[in-house]
Design a protein around this ligand. Structure first.
Ligand SMILES: Cc1ncc(C[n+]2csc(CCOP(=O)(O)OP(=O)(O)O)c2C)c(N)n1
Ligand SMILES: [Mg+2]
Length: 539
């Protein structure tokens, strides 16, 4: 007899089919049944220290593999991951958020159940704002269609989705034959697409010095290699946004640099300003690029701007033309070839290595890093100097640069490196993180240790929120270290450590009490027994 298809099994099968091999998260009783099912599936569950960290890991994983997953418990877990999912939404990273919730049978007469905030639907309502699809699989009749609807949105828009399963429906059978999930194929209006491509060709045929500005969406839609070929065919110089850094290999002879009105190098800015047409592909324009409506390119109709949200040429928009189809059609169409131009020098010139005894500096550090980076390393940069100084770091070949450069949420880098480690174990993550950001999520290093990962973590310790200090300083920007740590393995060490802590009123003391994993309080044993009974009432 064929195995029963259930809501949980169909969901995991679809995710695995899309290339999801790992799911990050923290378990909880509302999601334990799903965790068990994941354990029995070909997908590996990766335990993290916090849900927001699991979200960042899944985001980094998704940026590399094209889909990422995070599985958390109801509300206490889910609401803890909102910021990471918002980051994935803002920066277009296709992350699936899986969550459990109270069983349908438990909801009769609206009891107050632990972890509930307001209504049973509160968590879903929160996520509706930061995902492209949010579904609750509370009906075996519609569950499979709902799963496919959400996954189609994830694939099409490269943005996160929310999938909730009430815990008593994980094993609910789905009747009938398996649906064939719809393929995300060519979706665009063909006539409009051809007209748009012809207009680009005409526009480029009439100019001499165009520049291509590439952004992160080129990477999210896996178009980098094809686009590189177009760049070479056209001989068009390329700049990238900060978020799109490393989308086009930075040692490519036509790569000019990272463009950003607020952070870019002047030579790159001048080169772009001196061009006569700007072809922008997949670049989410933000205040960092500083390419607002006042930009002459936009105001004078000298720009083509294609993103997953809209295709705009000169002063008009094309309806019914999708980004991926548009870029693929541009790559396939005959396009003009441009004369070689002198590009601004990327080589900062020979820099003397600082004397071994001199104080370590940002410039010395980044220079040293640049000389060590190779294609098997991936730089993960957090916010602050890690990102800003990192913007000028030249990454090589396929070495990528991963950073939440637009949403700029601190605490991304260390957990993201865990995601990188699972997405492509052949890459060595180089984590650049400020001391402020490190103290937010540095705990995730214990996860690296647990799974035998080997990132190189560089904490840029400038004793505070350097970025904020530059804008407006005050004591709120200070981060200071100190305190005493005790490792407590025996009862004698416990007594000593407590006495020492009590004697010393000036400093904080942290006791790391090494318990036997089987050591349980009687109340915990009672609670666990009773909750386990609820999960499988027949036993
Ligand atoms: C989650 C989050 N909280 C607050 C901020 C605001 N913020 C931006 S940069 C910054 C300071 C970062 O300090 P650190 O990590 O030490 O890097 P530095 O600026 O010193 O290089 C802060 C607090 C933020 N971007 N993200
Ligand atoms: Mg700092």
């Amino acid at each position: 007899m064929a195995e029963t298809r259930t809501i949980g099994s169909v969901l995991l099968e679809r995710l695995h089919g899309l290339g999801l091999k790992h799911i990050f998260g923290v378990p909880g009783d509302y999601v334990l049944t799903l965790y068990k099912l994941i354990e029995e599936s070909p997908i590996t569950q990766v335990g993290m220290t916090r849900e927001d960290c699991a979200g960042f890991a899944a985001d980094a994983y998704a940026r590399i593999r094209g889909i990422g997953g995070v599985c958390v418990t109801y509300c206490v877990g889910g609401l803890n991951v909102v910021n990471a999912i918002a980051c994935a939404y803002a920066e277009r990273s296709p992350v699936v958020l899986l969550t459990g919730s109270p069983g349908m049978a438990e909801r009769v007469r609206n009891p107050y159940l632990h972890h509930m905030v307001r209504e049973f639907s509160t968590q879903k309502e929160v996520f509706e704002k930061v995902t492209v699809a949010s579904v609750v699989l509370d009906d075996p009749l519609t569950a499979e269609r709902e799963i496919d609807r959400a996954l189609t949105a994830l694939v099409r828009y490269k943005r996160p989705i929310y999938i909730e399963i009430p815990r008593d429906l994980v094993h609910a059978p789905i009747e009938g034959p398996s649906r064939v999930p719809a393929k995300a194929g060519q979706l665009s209006d063909q006539a409009a697409l051809m007209e748009a491509v012809a207009e680009v060709r005409e526009m480029l045929a009439a100019v001499e010095k165009p520049v291509l500005l590439v952004g992160a969406e080129v990477h999210r839609f896996r178009l980098q290699d094809d686009l590189s070929r177009l760049v070479e065919r056209m001989n068009i110089p390329v700049v990238s946004t900060l978020l799109g850094k490393s989308v086009i290999r930075e040692d490519h002879p036509l790569f000019v640099g990272v463009y950003g009105g607020l952070i870019g190098r002047d030579e790159v800015q001048e080169f772009v300003d001196g061009s006569d047409c700007l072809l922008m592909l997949g670049s989410i324009l933000t205040d960092i690029e500083d390419l607002g409506a006042q930009s002459p390119f936009l105001a004078e109709g000298r720009a083509i701007h294609a993103t997953a949200d809209a295709i705009t040429i000169k002063h008009h928009r094309y309806e019914g033309v999708y980004f991926e189809d548009f870029v693929r059609a541009l790559i396939a169409a005959p396009m003009p070839t441009f004369h070689a131009r002198r590009l601004p020098s990327r080589d900062p010139g020979k820099q003397e290595a600082p004397a071994a005894g001199s104080r370590v500096t940002l410039s010395g550090l980044f220079h040293q890093l640049e000389s060590l980076l190779d294609e098997k390393m991936l730089v993960v940069a957090d916010i602050g100097e890690a990102l800003f100084a990192g913007a000028d770091l030249r990454v090589h070949k396929s070495a990528e640069f991963l950073s939440p450069a637009y949403y700029t949420s601190m605490g991304f880098a260390v957990p993201a490196s865990v995601g990188v480690g699972f997405a492509d174990p052949s890459l060595r993550p180089i984590v650049l993180v400020g001391d402020g950001a490190f103290q937010m999520t540095g705990t995730e290093l214990s996860t690296c240790f647990r799974y035998g990962q080997a990132p190189i973590v560089i904490v840029l310790n400038n004793r505070g929120y350097g970025t904020e200090r530059e804008i407006l300083d005050g004591p709120f920007n200070d981060v200071v270290g100190g305190g005493v740590g005790h490792r407590v393995a025996t009862h004698g060490e416990l007594v000593q450590a407590l006495l020492a802590a009590l004697r010393d009123k000036k400093q904080m003391h942290v006791l790391n009490v090494l318990l036997d994993p089987a050591d349980r309080s009687p109340a915990m044993v009672r609670l666990a027994k009773r909750l386990a009974k609820r999960l499988s009432p027949g036993k």
